[in-house]
Write a protein that binds this ligand. Sequence first.
Ligand code: TYD
Length: 195
Amino acid sequence: MHPGLFIVLEGIDGTGKSTQARRLGEWFEKQGREVMISREPTDGPWGKKLRESAATGRLSPQDELQYFLNDRRQHVEEKIAPALAAGKVVILDRYYFSTMAYQGARGFDPAEIRRMNEAFAPVPDLLLILDLDVDTAHDRIGHRGDSTNEFEKHESLTLCREIFLSLKDEPFVRVIDSNAPLDEVSERIRAAVEG
Ligand code: TYD
């Protein structure tokens, strides 16, 4: 247990997580709360390797999973746990639910990934899943689904979305329909947080 407030935003690429994380942070700051916003993969050594691999060729599934776990372990130890212990509002743009979804889509068992993470990573107080259908999300980040590669990506993002949505009935989870203007989505998020 900790005196802080731990909120995680998840969703497939193009759902607006980073913008909404920033806005939510500003909203808490206006109320006089101390806020720490962070993201995964992080800017630390493991996160850097992961971002580089997106450009230079994807890692093996096993290495990729291991790097995400290493990155998160460091993130928890060095940033998340101290901020929560200091009573801050911690807002994350992606966390281990992304590992369940994305590495789950690469063939690992999401339930097993969850167990591996919850062995060291604190469960958030609130998980907001920004939900959008894959085509709309894809259009927002400027991709067109017409090559074989894009087709595979579409398949894999569909599976990611399903894995995220499989969490919807857990008590700490709220699904936010993100097929709306930014301001409207921010409103929905604040309503979920106040609830
Ligand atoms: P993303 O938030 O899209 O980073 P950027 O702001 O640099 O675009 O994250 C990069 C990718 O990493 C994204 O496609 C999801 C993926 N990812 C995983 O596969 N597993 C994980 O555990 C995390 C945190 C992210």
